[in-house]
Every structure is written in C-alpha cells, then in structure tokens.
Design a protein around this ligand. Sequence first.
Ligand code: GLU
Length: 386
Amino acid sequence: MISERVGNIAPSATLAVDAKAKQLKKEGKNVLNFGAGEPDFNTPENIKEAAKKAIDKNITRYTPIGGIPELREAIAKKFREVNKIKYDASEVVVCAGGKHVLYNIAMAILNEDDEAILPVPYWVSFEEIIKLTGAKAVFCNTDSHFKLTAKDVEEKITPKTKMLILNSPSNPSGAIVDKNEIEKIAKLAVEHNFYVVADEVYEYFVYGKKDRVSIASLNDKIKNLTVTANSFSKTYAMTGWRVGYCGANKEIIKGTENLQSHSTSNISNIAQMAALEALNGPQDSVKEMIMAFDERRKFMHKRLNEMNGVSCVEPEGAFYAFPDISETKMSSMEFASKLLEEALVAVVPGSAFGSDKHIRLSYASSMEDIEQGMDRMERWVKGRLL
Ligand code: GLU
C-alpha cells in the first residue's frame, strides 16, 4: 500500500511518451519521436572534457550541499550579466536538474491549503509538484495565443495565494509573456505578497522579437519575492547530466539546502565541473542550436497549419509546437495514441498540459525527422478525416 500523496500523482506524460517511443525504436520500429523536449545535439566537447578531467583529478567527493563555490559564483555572474538580476553566490543553489529545483522550491514555500496559480497550458510536472506539497493548483487562463496577462492572474488571487508559476517562454506553448504584463504581474505579487516562480529554462530559445525580461530584474521588492529557476539541460544540451539552479532570497536558499541535505545532498561533483565549463567556456554551440531550432520551428509551424483539421499558433520561444487538433473530433489522448500506433509518430497529448484540444510536438529533432514526421502525420490525419 503506497501513500495517498504518491498514489494521487500521475506519471510524467512527457517521459512516458519518450519511454514508449524509445522502446518501439528498440524493437526495430521506425518511430519518429517528438515526445520529450530534448535537444538532438550532443553536449559540447569542451564540457565533456571538463568532466573527464574532473574524474582524472579525483574531483569525485562530496561538495557543499548547494554546489561548489566556483559554480555558484559563475551562476551569480550569469544572473547579473544575462538576466540583470543582482543575485550573489549565497543567493544561488544547485540542484539535480530543473525539475528538482522546482520540486525543492515548492516544498520550501508551499504549505498545505496554500494556493499556487498555474497558467494553462502548463508543463506537466508543475501540477503534480504542487499537489505533492498538499497545496492547491489554481488554474488561470491565457489568451488565444497562450499569453498570460496580469488581468487573468488578478482574477485568481485570493488570501490563500502563495505562489504564481511564470514559465516564459512556455513549455508547452512557446508563448512569451509581454514585458508590460510582466511589470503588472510584478506589481500584483508585491501588492498581494506572493512568490513568483519564474521558470526560465528556455530563456535563450527566443525567436523574433527579443524583449523577454526576467521578472526579478525589475526591482528589489519583486526580486525578493521571486525564485528564478533554470537549468543546463536545454541551453547546453545536457539533459542527462541533471544540473539545475535557482536564484532566490537567502531564506529560501537556506530552506532548499536544508531539504536537499536530507535527500540528494550535493549533485554529482563531476556534473558540477562540467556545468562550470559550460558557463565559462565558449558559447558558440548555444547560438548554433538556436539557429537550427528556429529553422525547424518555422518549418513545423507551416506544415502543421497546412494539415486539414490542425491549426497552430506560431511558437515564439522554447522548442515546442502546440497545435489545436479539436477539429479532428479526437481527444488529445486518442489522437496521440493512434498517431503513434498507426503512423509511428510520437507526440504528447495536450491533456497532460491542461488542454485536451491540443497536442505537443518537440522540434528539437533533426530536420530530416521533422520532414518525415510531418509527411506521416499529414497523411494520417487526412485518412482519419475521410
Ligand atoms: N522538460 C522536457 C519536456 O517537457 C523534458 C521531459 C520532462 O522532464 O518532462 O519534455
């Protein structure tokens, strides 16, 4: 008999689709996987070399719980230079990937019966993480382009509101919250005294207009109420290394470290050395990846809109397309399972992100796979609609 707490959560749909697609591939099936968001690029050589050197130099022991001082300092510097947020190293903690940051932070901030505002569509793990703390996820609308507005947030604020999740660019929609809305949301947070968890994992994956702003950079009051969460997974193609981090006020950082001291302790020392090199070394690979993703984004968006029964808002950031498939009259789960079964194309049902009218496709795959995948999906949808 397992606990109610764990019994009540659903497995991660993104990881489930990924596992199923990989299993089918192993069985020899020619599956095209647009499931989990994972760059198809390899971790850059300089980063891998730094890890190899760390092993050879026996940098393999425990480290301070929240990360080695050099890495925390490098992260604080990155926050200052890239995000214009004045965190110092003591306001930074390193965790085992972005998801672990969000879990730790939710545990450190939320009490049972607190409310956390979650804009829809949302990344699958947010809802379950909030549930695990005993708090309640309060769903909040976004506009027809999935953009969050301060007005929508304001409608959901109650005396129990303790947190707002602000994920921009968004997984799964790719939407970027407008700067003027960020400013208004910051005012609301200060006025009503709730925390903002700014998940900025896709900060570099911004195409077109580049006025994305980190909410914590606006002023000291909102900085003190914000946790700026991030990870090395997407920016440096380091998904398997599990390195995430956040900046926050010292009380939250201390709480997170205490929690971590009884669960994971420090993350892998070797992975920390690799992450340090990622920040200090050349950044060319990041630019190359973004340019490639932009091309794939445009192509996938165009092809999706050319399909009967499918329409897709242009994603402004991240590496996902989130098309509306409601005209096909299938639920998102039916659409995704039949597409995988009958056309060997893996996508994630939108129900996992709070919208049964949509599916999510990651375009962090090769152009060749995307071309083939769009052909297969187009033929399959056409057949279904006959
Ligand atoms: N964040 C990625 C995604 O949404 C990785 C999978 C996961 O951890 O959910 O696909």
